[in-house]
Unconditional design. Structure first.
Length: 613
């Protein structure tokens, strides 16, 4: 036996790999294989033979990158494609996978002295030193994909490439360890735990394995203490969290770690089940982070697979049409599956997401689940474009629509809006104030300097999207009167109790385009000018939103007189005395201040007691 062959056998034994590549037998059934191959062929069309990477039109969430358009070669997607090529078990795809791996590993910053050590840029076209700023999460995302290669396919690769894969994973794991993300960054906290712990176990790097186990325990303890994920109720990142928990269930060897992972899996699925609205097939709010208000078919397919097909949202083939479903058998606990099947009776869920301690309120989400609609709100939040602090879903005939709140600066979500609310079933009292220490399009990547923005437009929007073709907007609007929105089988009333923005006139207006419709509280519209929030004495919007079955909606809209609004010492207090249900009260700060100062002024009561603790 040659020395190189002997070294390969020792390496495979050390990391517990099977020398047998995946074949057709690696798929659960023919439908799973067909779905996988269809998804793979779609990616085949995007492959660039010249660059050995996926090529697609540019898109981004609006930060980290300075690119504006054109075609790009994404690093993360290219690595995922390489894993799928190997998973196919088809020998003719091996060479392409090898070429991608060599190309992508060469793009990693492997200099331990570098600030961006261990990570990749998003795109080939934009090196790390051109990003604004680089995204350290790419060590986690790309490291995870390389670990799939190492675990399942390493013996199929040339020896030199095996060594490079291992080195690249260790660099990524060391970068993750150096960054040391805390439990509050839920999906990256879990993913980084997976990379460090599994890499440490596989490659017998004790300090990485020990770090991964300690990090898992720290995340578990924090989550159990809080009762929920800090990145709460996120349709995007809860799925990511469950996916990485599933990977750990499949790949981690340590017995105590497996016990914690199993408990985290149950906690995550319970988190989803409590807010899934079966009548509309939507993941009810509030959402800490999401990229689309309407739930996508990929997420529905993920839930369908995890429930063993008992929750049926798409065809069996469509559910299998995925590059990684065949390797990630996520499992919803059996007793929670019923939550995805139907909603026999209306119910309200109230959950503490993050405990505030002695100096600040808890972060609390409330969701009303009714057979005709779902309404969710969080008591305090910013207005970054990935937030859904107030969102409702409703049936519109054969379709589903959504209603959500936004704060817009020149047409884009303004991250320095401070949202406050209190909810009882279909009633929400809400308010938007303005922070002086936040960001413009992102909470931290583009901080507003000197509390001053340049704007030609600033508004709070109640936006409708989804299947809303038959939704009619009011023909006339009066800021002093309730605004009725007829939403299929339900009706929503919006009453703007108070609104002010310095000395500028405030108005309401409505509109629609091919994708959405809206009712806006316009705070400023005119020539582009500087708006200094430290010099504005009053800037806030306070409102009541009610959503109810259309048959129960009063013809003239909710009575404005039902809501008392008073002002004192730089704050507004809204009080709602309900005939059926507890009295509801919300205090909203009026003067712009730091997020912390705004939170210290805001408060809420339900039935006379603190609603935020």
């Amino acid at each position: 036996m040659k020395a190189g062959q002997f070294a390969l056998l020792i390496f495979a034994a050390a990391i517990g790999l099977s020398a047998t590549p995946q074949t057709k037998d690696g798929f659960a059934n023919d439908v799973e294989r067909r779905g996988f191959l269809e998804a793979l062929r779609e990616k085949d069309a995007d492959y660039d033979e010249t660059e050995h990477m996926i090529r697609r039109p540019f898109s981004s969430p609006g930060y980290h990158t300075t690119l504006q358009g054109g075609w790009v070669h994404p690093t993360r997607e290219s690595l995922s494609y390489a894993v799928a090529l190997l998973d196919s078990g088809e020998p003719q795809r091996l060479a392409r996978a090898e070429a991608i791996l060599r190309r992508l590993i060469a793009l990693q910053d492997q200099n331990p002295e570098s600030k961006t050590y261990g990570i990749w840029s998003w795109f080939l076209e934009e090196p790390l030193d051109k990003m604004s700023p680089p995204d350290w999460n790419w060590a986690d995302f790309c490291g995870t994909q390389l670990l799939q290669v190492a675990r399942d396919h390493m013996p199929r690769l040339p020896q030199d490439l095996q060594a490079r894969v291992r080195e690249s994973i260790v660099h990524a794991a060391n970068s993750i360890k150096r960054r040391n993300v805390g439990p509050g960054y839920t999906n990256i906290a879990i993913m980084g735990t997976y990379v460090t712990l599994v890499a440490g176990e596989m490659f017998q790097v004790a300090d990485l394995a020990d770090y991964g186990k300690e990090r898992l325990k720290r995340f578990y303890d924090s989550t159990v203490e809080q009762g929920s994920f800090a990145e709460y109720n996120s349709p995007t990142y809860t799925v990511v969290a469950i996916t990485e928990i599933t990977r750990m269930q499949q790949h981690v060897r340590d017995a105590e770690a497996q016990r914690l992972i199993g408990e985290l899996n149950r906690l995550a699925w319970r988190h989803v089940a409590r807010r899934f609205h079966a009548p509309t097939r939507q993941w009810a709010g509030p959402h800490s982070r999401c990229y689309s208000t309407m739930l996508g078919e990929k997420t529905l397919a993920f839930i369908q697979r995890a429930t063993g097909g008992k929750a049926r949202f798409v065809s069996e083939l469509e559910a299998a049409r995925s590059l990684d479903a065949c390797r990630l058998a996520a499992k919803c606990p059996d007793d929670l599956v019923r939550c995805f099947l139907d909603l026999p009776d209306a119910r309200q869920e109230r959950e503490t997401f993050v405990k505030g301690g002695a100096t600040r309120p808890d972060t609390i989400g409330t969701t009303w689940l009714h057979p005709e609609c779902a309404l969710g709100s969080v008591n305090l939040c910013d207005t970054w474009n990935q937030r859904r602090p107030l969102v409702a879903y409703f049936k519109t005939g054969d379709g589903v629509g959504a209603l959500r709140l936004r704060c817009l600066h020149d047409g884009y979500d303004y991250a320095s809006g401070a949202f406050f609310s209190v909810q009882d079933k279909g009633n929400v009292l809400g308010g938007v104030a303005f922070a002086t220490d936040g960001g413009d399009t992102h909470g931290s990547l583009d901080r507003v300097k000197n509390a001053t923005i340049r704007a030609k437009d600033l508004r709070v929007r109640f936006e409708l999207e989804g299947d809303i073709g038959k939704v009619a907007l009011p023909q006339s609007l009066d800021i002093r009167r309730p605004i009725r929105l007829e939403l299929g089988s339900v009706a929503a009333d919006v009453y703007v109790a108070r609104a002010v923005f310095g000395d500028f006139p405030v108005a309401v207006e409505s509109g629609r385009d091919s994708r959405s419709a809206w009712v806006d509280v316009v705070l400023y519209h005119g020539e582009s000018r500087e708006l200094n929030f430290r010099q504005i004495e009053k800037a806030a919007v306070a409102f009541r939103l009610v959503i109810m079955p259309a048959a129960q909606a009063p013809k003239d809209g909710l009575a404005a007189s039902d809501l008392a609004a008073t002002e004192s010492a730089g704050k507004w207090t809204l009080r709602l005395a309900q005939k059926q249900g507890p009295d509801v009260e919300l205090t909203v700060p009026v003067k712009p201040a730091t997020f912390g100062e705004l939170r210290s002024v805001a408060s809420a009561k339900l039935a006379g007691t603190n609603a935020w603790k």
